[in-house]
Write a protein that binds this ligand. Sequence first.
Ligand SMILES: NC(=O)c1ccc[n+]([C@@H]2O[C@H](COP(=O)([O-])OP(=O)(O)OC[C@H]3O[C@@H](n4cnc5c(N)ncnc54)[C@H](OP(=O)(O)O)[C@@H]3O)[C@@H](O)[C@H]2O)c1
Length: 292
Amino acid sequence: MIIIVGATGTIGNALLRRLTQFGVPVRALSREPEKLVARLGKLAEELDQSLIEVAAMDASDPQSMRSAFAGGSQLFLAMSNSPKQIELETSVIRIAKEMGINHIVKISSPAYDLSAPVEVARWHQEIEWVLYESGITHTILRPYAFMQNLLRQASTVKAANMFFGSMGNAACNFIDCRDIADVAAQVLTKKEWAGQIHTLTGSEVFSYPEVADRLTALLDRPIRYMNLSPEKHRTDLIELGQLPPWLANHVVEIQAMSVALPEKPTSAVKKIIGRDPRTLDAFLQEHVEHFR
Ligand SMILES: NC(=O)c1ccc[n+]([C@@H]2O[C@H](COP(=O)([O-])OP(=O)(O)OC[C@H]3O[C@@H](n4cnc5c(N)ncnc54)[C@H](OP(=O)(O)O)[C@@H]3O)[C@@H](O)[C@H]2O)c1
């Protein structure tokens, strides 16, 4: 039985679909299982529901983890970012070991030098270290920026034909979360990819001005990328975007890293899933209505 922590999340939900298409039974976990059941119910024709067990689990409640992990052999772990992330993921790893899970696939983030100013990346490195020390076989997936993040720019594109950032014209690796899920599905079902670290990207890098050009062509109206100073970007994210300061910091820090360290694609996705990663053009085309 494969346990999915983060089954309502962007990657976890796509993984659940892929594994059930492979005919693999999964236990999908959420703090709000009834919402997950309702969501799965809407996919009744698409998914073989007999392969999916839904259970309640809160990573801040060890007893809920013991029940949810019982009988599991492998565990997928994608936890939303929060200042409690190290504590929560460390508890998941500890209870997984106690319950006899023998392989954990963890969603991490690109590894930077420990002195790099990306706090969330340092959290992930600390959790990777906990996994290493646990002695459980583990596979680390380190994806770059999700294409799905671009959907957060849709509101200002719709309202004002522009979007904002602070990464100038730096080239950025984007990956579709569904490709991350496809990689995770391979890692969980084929031994050859387990026990390794895989850095995941799409097949091309794009700058924000290039994304604006793509949107301009797709929407048939001019879309502009407005570059802000990191300080202004951070203030706007907090004051206009209502982001908590730690998350605003994260967005600005990650964009500063794209400027400081030129990004380039890796071949990991194609090697593991046997096809090219989804392209940004295909993603924007598929989601064009969000930006109209
Ligand atoms: N966005 C990016 O560009 C990017 C790039 C690289 C790496 N990452 C990493 O990707 C990870 C997020 O992946 P994602 O986007 O697929 O996740 P997500 O959509 O944010 O969903 C995360 C899941 O975490 C679960 N969760 C949160 N708190 C929990 C708790 N206390 N107990 C149990 N479950 C809990 C939620 O489940 P319920 O709410 O249903 O309980 C949800 O399903 C982060 O660690 C992030 O650092 C993101």
